[in-house]
Design a protein around this ligand. Structure first.
Ligand code: AHZ
Length: 357
């Protein structure tokens, strides 16, 4: 048995070695032979190129030469490891106390982040996005189709962000939803006061008796964990999370789903809201106005908008029209600033009302 495994291992090693060293066969032979080698590349220069292990990178100067001599500046593996680790850990350290936390980087969350970060560059804004790719449902229009419909007046927000569209009268059309999402994402990420923690889930909310005397519990930040760790909870009994303290949390976790409507579901579980209305059927005529006009602080310190709000309020969905999400995010940002400016804050915690100027 051991001898057979060793023989298989040797044959595997030699087949890998042959993939590395055998010159590429002509294309017609490749098509006719199932076991044809795949590399090296077909360039006639390939035979004279050294393997990467042979190259002494210590003193190589970077050269952008497209004729076969493109040379990268030297690097060591630990440079890459430290470049990532030092920045990520510094961000976690700095953002452990934030001014505003946004949960969910879909169209509503990103719109909120854009307005907040642009209008108040001194604020420290953290975004938690459970997925690896921010953008939520805004990479496509409806039913996997490209175009994104935005009803007026939310086209003004597209103009503000710099997303081109075709004007169809009462609504506008962005030729690809990904154009909106990639544009707003690139702008949000370039603001120095924003940190996006993607692949990071909001697992819980920090609560405190409200020092402002509301008689309710105040949301004082979020409990976070890398999403993979959150998902592994089923396998492991307990893996403790991290926290971000903040006087204002804006939640845009979308409608119900594996991660959706996170904050309102958590508030229900903890008795901070009595019931969830549950998202209602589609009504494009009314749904967007409702979501925008009801985007609000739902318990002290927590603002909810986007489709998460439909789960709380029992509001209709709107399907593939996105103006309500953009305007809900923008309204939440205004509300977040109003709250923030009304507080006296110590190390991210609300300690009283701001003194009148
Ligand atoms: O990954 C989620 C998504 O990117 C993220 N999210 C959810 N729970 C989270 C948690 N921690 C961190 N616990 C979390 N992130 O939140 C994002 C929600 O984006 P979305 O696009 O699903 O929601 P939205 O409200 O921004 O936009 C909704 C778009 C819709 S749905 C709809 C309909 O069903 O009719 N119509 C529109 C326009």
């Amino acid at each position: 048995m051991a001898a057979r495994l060793a023989a298989q291992h040797d044959s595997f090693k030699s087949s890998i070695a042959s993939l590395r060293t055998t010159p590429l066969a002509p294309a017609k032979d490749l098509l006719s032979k199932v076991e044809a080698p795949i590399s090296p590349p077909s360039s006639t220069k390939a035979a004279s190129v050294s393997s990467s292990e042979d190259v002494d990178v210590k003193n190589a100067a970077p050269v952008e030469d497209w004729e076969g001599n493109y040379t990268f500046a030297p690097i060591k593996e630990h440079h890459v490891a430290r470049a990532m680790t030092s920045r990520y850990m510094k961000d976690m350290y700095d953002h452990a106390v934030s001014d505003v936390v946004i949960v969910g980087a879909g169209s509503a969350g990103l719109s909120c982040a854009y307005v907040l970060a642009k209008s108040r560059p001194e604020l420290r804004i953290s975004i938690l996005e459970a997925g690896v790719a921010p953008g939520g449902g805004a990479w496509l229009g409806g039913q996997l189709m490209s175009a994104m419909v935005v009803r007026k007046p939310a086209h003004l927000f597209l103009e503000e962000v710099g997303v081109p569209f075709e004007d169809e009268g009462s609504y506008v059309v962005v030729k690809h939803a990904a154009l909106f999402t990639s544009t707003i994402l690139s702008k949000v990420l370039q603001f120095p006061n924003v940190k996006l923690f993607n692949a990071t889930a909001c697992e819980d909310l920090i609560t405190r008796p409200d020092p402002l005397g509301s008689g309710q519990l105040r949301i004082a930040g979020v409990v976070s964990n890398w999403t993979l760790v959150t998902l592994a909870h089923g396998l492991q009994s307990c893996m403790d999370p991290q926290t971000i303290t903040a006087p204002v949390v804006c939640s845009f976790a979308g409608h119900d789903g594996p991660f959706g409507a996170f904050s309102v579901k958590r508030l229900l579980a903890t008795g901070q809201v009595e019931q969830l209305g549950g998202m209602r059927g589609l009504n494009m005529q009314t749904a967007e106005d409702f979501i925008v006009n009801n985007t609000r602080e739902i318990v002290p310190g927590l603002i909810t908008g986007g489709m998460e709000l439909s789960e709380l309020d029992g509001a209709n969905r709107m399907g593939a029209t996105f103006g309500g999400m953009l305007a809900s995010g923008a309204k939440a940002a205004r509300e977040a600033l109003r709250l923030f400016d009304s507080y006296s804050i110590d190390e991210g915690e609300v300690v009283g009302f701001a003194k009148a100027q």
